[in-house]
Design a protein around this ligand. Structure first.
Ligand code: IPE
Ligand code: IPE
Ligand code: MG
Length: 242
């Protein structure tokens, strides 16, 4: 069931895996592993609630600066999880898309990405965008470069069409788990009018109850897009009022 209080597109900064592991005296990678299960649960829950697009931040442009052991652990886990989870995701009607810079990724990871996208391309139930080696600034720059390369005018519309998430509408709701209240170079362009929800829950613990809290908060918001409360029409053009 979908209604206007249900966001069509939810985006999530899946933060807090390392702290989840540290609290249990486990290596950080154990938190990332648990994070994969949390993502599977979250995708199912989003689908059950009528959400059509889920975009998650899995690895940022800046995350390469982490200790080499964690970076290689994350790359291994990503490739492994792709190989293991794609058949079920395909069966569940999930379309997987990978958003981010592909240059610099290993041949193994690239192969996993390409196979996952090809296998699930015809699915329509839920679009799951996985932002991997992604940065909002990278996205704006790559879009601008493509606009310029094609000799197009540098307009908002042309730039939007070249952005990495051009295949889906902008996110209605952006959730960040793990207690930090910052964007960390996530969807800088696309979140211009998103509603934000910050959850203290660490990502591996983020369950249906935590998701429903975010959706309930979203449902109470009034999205004004720069207009005034309750305004239906009568918008003026920039020069009309002066
Ligand atoms: C988010 O969890 C996952 C990635 C950035 C890959 P973190 O690894 O940032 O976990 P914390 O924030 O250190 O707890
Ligand atoms: C943002 O989390 C990136 C991902 C969740 C993939 P970080 O843990 O990297 O962000 P900061 O360093 O706290 O800003
Ligand atoms: Mg973090």
């Amino acid at each position: 069931m979908t209604n206007k209080s249900t966001p069509l597109h939810v985006a999530i900064v899946m933060d807090g895996n390392g702290r989840w592991a540290s609290k249990r005296f486990l290596p950080r990678i154990a938190g990332h592993k648990q994070g994969v299960d949390s993502l599977k649960r979250c995708a199912r829950a989003c689908d059950a609630r009528g959400i059509k697009v889920l975009t998650v931040f899995a690895f940022s442009s800046e995350n390469w600066q982490r200790p080499q052991e964690e970076v290689s652990g994350l790359m291994d886990l990503f490739a492994l999880a792709l190989g293991r989870e794609v058949p079920q995701l395909k069966a569940d009607g999930v379309q997987l898309r990978f958003i981010g810079e592909r240059q610099g990724l290993s041949a193994r990871v690239l192969k996993g990405i390409e196979q996952a996208e090809a296998t699930t391309a015809d699915n329509r139930k839920l679009v799951l965008n996985i932002c991997f080696n992604y940065g909002g600034r990278w996205d704006v720059v790559q879009a601008a470069a493509r606009v310029a390369a094609q000799g197009l005018a540098m307009t908002e519309q042309n730039l939007s069409q070249m952005m990495a998430l051009a295949h889906v509408p902008d996110p209605d709701l952006v959730i960040r788990t793990g207690g930090e209240q910052r964007i960390s170079n996530f969807l800088l362009w696309q979140s211009a009018y998103s509603e934000f929800f910050f959850s203290d829950t660490l990502w591996p613990d983020f369950d249906e109850v935590a998701l429903d809290l975010a959706i309930q908060s979203y449902a109470k918001r009034e999205r004004r897009y720069g207009k005034v409360s309750g305004q239906v029409d009568g918008a003026s053009t920039p020069n009309e009022s002066n």
